[in-house]
Design a protein around this ligand. Structure first.
Ligand code: PRP
Ligand code: ADE
Length: 148
């Protein structure tokens, strides 16, 4: 049975929206709520719960690193500006890692990235899962035979 690992900083607080919209606890307290004394729960259900909480926390951190510009390029559109995520190596790495976790070990041989943001995220994902990368460009951009 694998041992429990604790990947969070000690002073971290997590908003526990799934339990209550208002509940926010320091993580050690949160763990003491979730982890019963039984070793079985510690190594079984609670380990999965912690992995799920950590994933939610990572996604929230990624989301908060993206700058949102209201009403661009037209009223009503909330523009998601990922240039701020790209300036944050932790958030950028975590975003790539989420894809890598999902697609590794699935015998994927090619990752195709759509211009333009697909050119940013596709290559590191392809390298990490051992796949080739194919850029999907607009027509007539390349001076060689292309596939459409
Ligand atoms: O992944 P994204 O960041 O959403 O980018 C999507 C496309 O938007 C831009 O072109 P646009 O549609 O403005 O046309 P253009 O070729 O005239 O620049 C950019 O050149 C990408 O091809
Ligand atoms: N809301 C949005 N933010 C950034 N890029 C987009 N492309 C299409 N919708 C978008």
């Amino acid at each position: 049975m694998s041992s429990f690992s604790f990947p969070f900083p000690r002073n971290l607080s997590l908003p526990l929206r799934s339990l209550s919209p208002r509940l926010s606890l320091p993580l050690p307290r949160l763990i003491s709520l979730y982890l019963p004394s039984s070793r079985l729960r510690l190594h079984g259900v609670s380990t999965r719960l912690m992995a799920s909480l950590e994933r939610k926390h990572r996604i929230a951190e990624i989301a908060s690193s993206i700058r949102v510009i209201p009403d661009f390029p037209k009223p009503g559109v909330m523009f998601q500006d990922i240039t701020t995520l790209l300036l944050d190596p932790k958030a950028f790495g975590d975003a790539v890692e989420l894809f890598v976790e999902r697609y590794r070990d699935q015998r994927i041989s090619v990752v195709a990235g759509i211009e333009a943001r697909g050119f940013i995220f596709g290559p590191p994902i392809a390298l990490a899962i051992g796949a080739k990368f194919v850029p999907l460009r607009k027509p007539k951009k390349l001076p060689v035979i292309t596939y459409a």
